[in-house]
Structure formats: structure tokens, C-alpha cells
Design a protein around this ligand. Structure first.
Ligand SMILES: Cc1cc2nc3c(=O)[nH]c(=O)nc-3n(C[C@H](O)[C@H](O)[C@H](O)COP(=O)(O)OP(=O)(O)OC[C@H]3O[C@@H](n4cnc5c(N)ncnc54)[C@H](O)[C@@H]3O)c2cc1C
Length: 398
């Protein structure tokens, strides 16, 4: 049977799942998406950065206007704890250079926009299907769900994010998620008198924690903070935290940092909090008839805003490999070969940027602040190879 007559199971309807399904449809493969959630949660999560390398993949299926309804610009300006400007990463010429410009989008709304395109193109999405295990033989692969059902197809793609059950089923002794020593908090709020700050994400390396905020095109404040914490917290510990307790902690950490940071924290009605993880290295991204993409294969810390963009890059590259190479194993192998080096470099870079957000003591803070302007300048230069990555759908892979 030709590879293009095959049927696929996609696990996870996040950022990569629906786009993967669309590319597979383009090459004649019928894919069904199985999502653990019982209903779509378009208000889940805070926001994420998406840069030209990811946006150019989205453009394969939708005009960017459709996702740019509620966003903040991606330009970054950096300050130290004394509110002294220490540099910026400007995106002014990104459209010209790369064909799109970095933005921050609400994760839920991006997910919704992508999903709706997939549904409109006839992709079937089944909700309430939480993957528990995968089995396979020479002819097929089967996904088992926690409602007791199972489905079989020619191959399976794990698009099920950082805590991937597909990864655990494939590689039960594989590497565990690595806690990066940072907690992230964030959310959306409204404040008066900040609209003139529209235009960039203002990032402050504060005295005891990192804080960033931006004004959206609709005039809202989008913010996040990073807190250094050596010991990995338990899930229960974080979910048990009351909003006021969390806000008090943040206010204390940022008490000496510039305004309007305290006002933003005080005005928050909801605060997301999660530990930051990555996967430093997963040796193999596939096994037999099952392949992993996105966070499932290579979760990265969010500090250079590449998680969603890398997941999107994966979708187009994997679809081309399946289209052009004889057999699944060859396709998955080539996919990993084409992607792993780049992805690994970005995961390492994100970790490094995160490490700069931690402030162990006053002495180290002094030297960090001294070096930050150079660090920011170097980071700005370094991003060109990340943003300029563009995959030509028509170019054949051999
Ligand atoms: C609810 C949610 C909120 C998020 N919020 C943010 C944020 O605020 N900022 C940020 O930078 N990143 C956030 N992320 C992560 C971000 O979306 C990813 O890092 C990135 O987009 C990579 O996309 P992905 O497709 O690999 O994984 P994701 O976009 O994470 O998608 C994974 C999908 O798989 C589903 N899934 C998980 N386990 C199973 C299972 N066992 N069976 C079936 N389906 C399963 C999930 O429900 C989800 O829909 C969030 C992810 C989720 C799921």
C-alpha cells in the first residue's frame, strides 16, 4: 500500500495537532485527532510568543489576520531593577527579512483559530480521549484511552505536549522532564494610564525576580514573572495557593522594583502559576509506527518564545518526510535528523536565558547587571538563525 493511502491517529489537539492533521490531509492521509480534554478550553493558559519561523507555517493554512485579533507586539525592551534601560530586541524589519513579525498571542485563542481551520477542512476531533498506552506490530499501531476504548491506524503521531503520554508509552525508561529552577506566573489584567507603554514587552530583571508586561492592541495588560526556586514544587503545592497568597508573594518579591509592576500584580483577578520544565535531550523521537512532535519530543523553557514555533516547524517537516520518503521508518528517521540539532540548540539557549533570570545574591546580581547589556545585545544578534528558518513545501526531501 502506498504511504499516501494510510490513516493516522494524532494524540492531542493543542498547537501542533490540528496543523499536523492539515498537512497530512494535504498529502492524502486521513488523520483523526484524539484530545484528552472533554471540551475545548479556549481560556486555558496565558500567552505565548510566536515568531516568523512559526507564523510562516501557519500562513500555509490561514491569513495571519485571523490570529492577530488580540495580541501584543514582540519587540522587547530590557530594564534593570533600578529601571535603567539596558537594551532592546527590535522586530521592525522582521516582515521584510522573514515575511512575518514576532507577536505574543493568547494561547487559547491561537489554539481555537488553528482548530477551527482544521474543523472547516473536515478534520475529525474526538474529545475526552486521554491516551494511556500505545501498542504496535508490523502492520498497525493502536492507541488506548482512559475511557476503555481504543483505535487502530497505520501510524500515530504524539502531539500531546510536555507531559506526553505517547512519549512515556514509547520510552518508559526515557529521560524525565527536567525542572529548570524557575516558576512562572502570569495573566491578563486592566490598568488605566499605561496605554502609552504600548509597543514593546517591557522586561525587568528585578531585584529578586523577573517581571515582564506588555500592552495589547486592545489596551489590556499581559504580564508574566519568573521566580527562582531551587526545589521543584509539587503540583498540589502550587494549586493549593490562594490568589491573595500568591499576589502577596509576588508583591514582596517585586517590592523594590519599578512601577507599574506592583499595580499590575494588585489588579490581577487570576494568576496562572507553573514550574518551568524542559527536556534537555530525548535520544529518539520515534519508534516503529509512532513519532513524537512538538513539546512531546522536545519541550523547551519559554524564555526565548520558541515552544509553539518549533512545534509548528515540526508539522511541515514531518509531513514532507512522509510525503517524499519510502516507508514510515525512513520518514521518521529523516524527520528527526532534519530537526534535532536545531531544536536542541534552541532548548539549550532558552535554558541559558532562564538562568540569567535567577538572582542568587546581591554580589552576583551586581555582576549580572553589569553584563546584562552585552548579553541582551548578543541575544538580539543570535535570533536571526532562529527566525529565518523557512520550509519550502514544494521542495522535495531525499
Ligand atoms: C492548557 C495549556 C495551556 C498552555 N499555556 C501556555 C502559556 O500560557 N504559555 C506558554 O508559553 N505555553 C503554554 N502552553 C504550552 C504551549 O502550548 C506549547 O509549549 C507549545 O505550543 C507546543 O505545542 P504542542 O502542540 O507540542 O503541545 P500543546 O499545545 O501543549 O498541546 C498538547 C495537547 O495534548 C493534549 N493532551 C495531553 N495529554 C494527552 C493525552 N494523554 N491524551 C490526549 N491528549 C492529551 C493537551 O490537552 C493539549 O491539547 C500551554 C499548553 C496547554 C495544553
Amino acid at each position: 500500500m502506498s504511504i499516501l493511502k494510510k490513516k493516522a491517529i494524532l494524540i492531542g489537539c493543542g498547537i501542533s495537532g490540528p496543523v499536523m492533521a492539515l498537512f497530512l490531509k494535504r498529502i492524502g492521509i486521513e488523520a483523526t485527532i484524539y484530545e484528552a480534554q472533554t471540551q475545548h478550553r479556549d481560556d486555558a493558559g496565558a500567552f505565548l510568543g510566536i515568531s516568523p519561523n512559526g507564523l510562516n507555517v501557519l500562513k500555509e493554512f490561514m491569513p495571519l489576520d485571523e490570529v492577530l485579533t488580540d495580541f501584543t507586539p514582540g519587540k522587547m525592551t530590557f530594564f534593570n531593577a533600578r529601571n535603567k534601560s539596558i537594551g532592546e530586541i527590535d522586530n521592525a524589519n522582521q516582515n521584510e527579512l522573514y515575511g512575518a513579525e514576532t507577536v505574543q498571542l493568547k494561547r487559547g485563542l491561537l489554539n481555537k483559530a488553528i482548530r477551527e481551520v482544521a474543523i472547516a477542512k473536515g478534520i475529525n476531533i474526538e474529545l475526552g480521549k486521554k491516551l494511556t498506552a500505545i501498542t504496535q506490530d508490523e502492520k498497525s499501531a493502536t492507541a488506548f484511552f482512559d475511557d476503555g476504548t481504543n483505535v487502530t491506524a497505520d501510524f500515530i503521531i504524539g502531539c500531546d505536549g510536555i507531559h506526553s503520554a505517547a512519549r512515556k508509552s514509547l520510552f518508559p525508561n526515557g529521560p524525565k522532564l527536567s525542572y529548570t529552577g524557575l516558576l512562572s506566573t502570569g495573566g491578563f489584567t486592566k490598568l488605566t494610564n499605561v496605554q502609552d507603554l504600548y509597543g514593546s514587552i517591557r522586561m525587568t530583571f528585578g531585584e529578586r525576580a523577573f517581571f515582564a508586561y506588555a500592552i495589547s492592541n486592545l489596551g489590556d495588560v499581559w504580564w508574566f514573572n519568573n521566580i527562582s526556586r531551587k526545589k521543584e514544587p509539587s503540583r498540589n503545592e502550587l494549586t493549593a495557593m490562594e490568589l491573595n497568597q500568591l499576589k502577596d508573594t509576588l508583591l514582596d518579591l517585586h517590592k523594590n522594583d519599578p512601577e507599574p509592576i506592583a499595580d499590575i500584580i494588585k489588579s490581577a483577578n487570576k494568576v496562572e502559576i507553573y514550574p518551568v520544565y524542559d527536556i534537555p535531550f530525548l535520544e529518539k523521537w520515534y519508534k516503529g509506527r509512532v513519532c513524537l512532535i512538538g513539546d512531546s519530543a522536545h519541550a523547551t523553557a519559554p524564555h526565548i518564545g520558541q515552544g509553539a514555533s518549533l512545534a509548528l516547524e515540526d508539522t511541515i517537516v514531518l509531513a514532507k518526510c512522509i510525503r517524499d520518503l519510502p516507508g514510515l521508518e525512513a520518514a521518521f528517521d529523516k524527520f528527526q535528523a532534519l530537526r534535532q540539532k536545531r531544536v536542541q540548540k534552541i532548548v539549550r539557549e532558552a535554558r541559558k536565558v532562564g538562568d540569567n533570570k535567577t538572582v542568587p545574591n546581591k554580589f552576583q546580581q551586581f555582576f549580572r547587571d553589569l553584563l546584562l547589556p552585552f548579553f541582551v545585545k548578543m541575544e538580539a544578534k543570535k535570533m536571526d538563525w532562529v527566525y529565518s528558518y523557512k520550509v519550502d513545501w514544494n521542495e522535495k526531501i531525499s
